[in-house]
Design a binder for this molecule. Sequence first.
Ligand SMILES: *Cc1c(COP(=O)(O)O)cnc(C)c1O
Length: 344
Amino acid sequence: MNYIDLRSDTVTKPTPEMREAMAEAEVGDDVYGDDPTVNLLQEKAAEMLGKQAALFVPSGTMGNLLALLVHCSRGEEVILGDKSHIFMNEAGGMAVLGGIYPHPIPNQKDGTLRLDDILASIQPDDQHRTITRLICLENTQNVCGGVPLTREYTAQVGKIAQDNGLALHIDGARIFNAAAALNVDVKELVAPADSVMFCLSKGLVAPIGSMLVGAKDFIAKAFRLRKMLGGGMRQVGIVAAAGLISLEKMTGRLGQDHARAKSLFEGLKQVSGLRLEAEPSSNMVYFDLADRVTLTENQIIEEMKKRGVLVDWSAPRQFRLVTHYWVDDAGVEQTVKALGDVLK
Ligand SMILES: *Cc1c(COP(=O)(O)O)cnc(C)c1O
């Protein structure tokens, strides 16, 4: 069965064009820096984000970890959102592997960290305190609903970082979704950041891989650490070839996924038994089950699967549906109809 899979944009399988490019990719040993396809991908990523250099990494988690390990030494502190992926969903890698101390502050509903909260979290020069080294933002902010952080807001945080001698890292797993949602060049969104991680493997449809982007000396350090973490890969141009198509053909079409998320939202508003709040600003639609619904989350997942639609819950009585390349208008319609049936 060909399911409509709305569980995440990580489920996107490579396109036929990607598979062809992968089969024909020119490759070399990337640990020697000899893989021409990887080198091209890294150059292109750096150029698109307006930074000096980039590094191809196996996952977003490794990209974020490398950034933290380069920016911070043991015992140093990172200010980040309490709903950020780095804090919640990366197995505490910064603390386990880097001895880095997280200082979480509340993510607001719009995904931002309050500037006052950031300022109040910067440690004074005092022997009792840890040393603050880094601020992390997440754009789009996933758990807050896939909301984009604006260029203006990011610049304000960048100014705080600069004034206080701190670095700024952006977990931009979906930074191209943010750029599309705000209709700005991604370069402008990340201009205040010292480093950015973004994923090729989500809405950009590549099967594997993320990019870490920043200044030349930052990337040189990340390159050494990538080897230490076991992320030095050999003829990985096979994979990078798909990533090149992500950059060339997928970054410009994300608006379509956002439009479909909006029409899914509009459709679901007509389904009784659901509570929808904020209109989606990117490719994620969140809804809660109304009190009268007696089905459990897992029963709903099973019933939807019988109707050809894969969904997943994100919190008790809450679901998150994610649109992507492989979900078309008919898929949106089928999803609305299926949920209407299940909750009837
Ligand atoms: C997916 C994701 C990551 C990590 O990427 P993986 O490739 O799954 O390791 C980091 N940050 C955010 C916001 C993400 O959504």
